[in-house]
Design a protein around this ligand. Sequence first.
Ligand SMILES: C[S@@+](CC[C@H](N)C(=O)[O-])C[C@H]1O[C@@H](n2cnc3c(N)ncnc32)[C@H](O)[C@@H]1O
Length: 781
Amino acid sequence: MDEFITSLLKKRKTRQLLIAEYEKWVNNVRRMHSKKLKHLITTNNFGYRQNFQNVIDLELNSRISIANLEVDKVHTGKFLLCQVISKCIKMNSLYTLVEDPEGDVERIALYNWVEQSFIPVKDRKKVLSINDASKFLPIGTKLAIKNPYYQIFSSFDSIISSDGPTLYIDFDTIIRSDNPNDIIIIDQDNELLNNIKWFKNLKLEEKKVNVVNKESADDKKVLSADDFRQSGNKYFVSNDFSAAVDEYSSGIKLEPHNVTLLANRAEAYLRLNQFNKALNDVVIALKHEPDHLKAAFRKGKALCGLKRYQEAIITLRDLDLRMQISTDDSIASIKKSTEILLKNAEMWDSESRHGIYDYTKIINEFCEKIEINQGNDDWICGTGPRLAHADFLIDDIEIHPAKKRGRSWVAKRDIPEGTLLMVSKAFEIVYGNEVPLSYKSIDFTSKTSNTATHSELATRIAQKLLAEPDLCQEVYELYAGPDMEILSEDLSCSVDVRRIEKIIKYNYFEALEQQWNDIWSAKENSRLTKDRGAGLWILPSYFSHSCVDVNAERLIIGDMMFIRSCRPISSGSELTFNYCSPMGSYEERSYALRLFGINNCSCRLCNLDRSESKKTKLRQASILETYVNSLEPRMKLSSNFNPSLIKELIKLINELKELRREHPDLEFQSFELKSDLVAAYVRTGNIKRSLPILKEIYNFAKTTQLSQFTSDTAYKIASHYAILGQMKEAKEWWDVALKELAEHISGKFNEGGTEWRNKALQLAEKLSPKIVSDAKNKRFL
Ligand SMILES: C[S@@+](CC[C@H](N)C(=O)[O-])C[C@H]1O[C@@H](n2cnc3c(N)ncnc32)[C@H](O)[C@@H]1O
């Protein structure tokens, strides 16, 4: 540990000081909530999962007191007995102040405690009020914290007020726990507490949480399986599916073959995405009651969740047939649901086996689901743009060790251009509007700040893994940086927040891509445009990066990522796409790539950038500086546009081109200047002159795979021809624009004639309605 920090921490703070500091913080947070000021939390945001011993008997000889906690150490096999003595604050973890029987006081931070997976997505971003957060651990709650980790953290006393930010950095200690299973709420009657004398006997403010309620004195009557069913149903309707599972399970213990309880628990498991468990329950239920319609329907659902679509189709077809011959009106609703699910299962089957997707339908679904309620930034459609489609993986690629790049997808055989390589649904995704505006956490150990989006993504992944430990392996397989130790077998199913954060750092993708600008900016969804969110996709994470000469291209629609080959790929080639745009300068690209753990990109563009003489580099920088500082402002400002500016601009463009005379396909720096030149020609009414420049931009974008520019540029060319009255050329270029736009979404059209046009128009009408109506006005259509 850093000596400086150790010296700062040597003297423990007194009970009074800790309480006073914490109360001050609670008041600050309260004030910030009421004034809607932003605040930072400056805690180290990483977990600690080493040598965990999950089975600890709560025997008093394993108890450790606060005074005996060693700084920066996980006290494996020990537990800390304590009681909550203050209100709770929920930020990226749940904070409160605890006291042990000896009367020593310390702060605790419980990560993954507030189980967000049970909070509807639209409510997750809300910052919990102190009162709401305190319902999780009311004052007086007695806790046993297993494997307590006494972590160093930096002070949270930092506020951004209307006068600007004030940041007090102070190193301190906190008791941290990442795993809710390590936290045990102890019943007041528990024997463990019999011989414990507390320094201060707190009066309970309110009755304890449900777990305790269940076992409290007045509930000592013997409960029947049906009592558990009823209480499970209550939890179910309040969306607390985990508690519902617990209740149904207690009932099933009493009556292992109770079909209703099994079918109900299966539905609760389905809501928790625990498909294996759901399937187990319905299989048993159907054994005892083969005609149980709901159980059969849930079997279909569970099989879909497990991506076993063909088995799901068989189950659902059989169910559908049985219901078709029934005259019972009461089954109308399940009949309808079965028909819908069967149709979806057939679609998912075709998607996953053949890579056949209905893109018009997908775009419609996306446009509908991305609608936001302007008043509160919530999704109008429940879970937002998370789409219901299946994954696909072509058989022609495999993950292989790649030279100096770890592992990478490699082609097993020759693959033609435009082939769909894979479709992958995000393992987890967070959109800008789902993140509390108010926090940003800073990791003072690695000196990096974790954006609120990344913290939220880490939290959600941690919670998903807690609920479904079987998924840990595929996540932990992902690259987590050069220093990440290999996980030992016994830890491979535990939740390791630190590892998850590293995995996100090296593998995340932005959730919303630039190309959807038209869709969301029209609706002024500022939260989405400012923060593009982040997601983790498992299989796409194995693509390597290259700034240029990439052979694959990704497209994110909602939470689905579609990856296609963008040039012919020969057998044995490594598959690459861009982690960052080739349009940035070498320095900008290097910075972005370093964040992804790439220190020396060896692509053609980076090699050329590095090999150029100092003189060339200085000249290029000076041209760009002249453009940004002198020419661009004059071009933008002058109300009476001076045509001589065009000459100056052409000179700069030509000079940039000249510097890369031998590598015209790597000359990205003049791209923006050429777009400005087009705009300047338009302003001076010289449309004819703009055309060759636009065509140059189009051709450059085509050869360098800057596909986001091709359709737009082709549309400009069409419009300019139309202004000149050259309608034949205008129509030809409009076709190019339409085709580029649609093919970017759905891949190359096989259809000739006019068939492709109808499909493309359907997509364009959704994606760029303005362009389509403009094209109609100009009579391109
Ligand atoms: C998203 S992961 C890609 C999969 C990774 N290669 C693996 O073994 O799991 C990103 C990491 O791959 C490596 N990588 C990807 N492209 C690279 C490149 N062009 N040059 C060097 N390393 C690269 C770097 O270690 C980077 O941190």
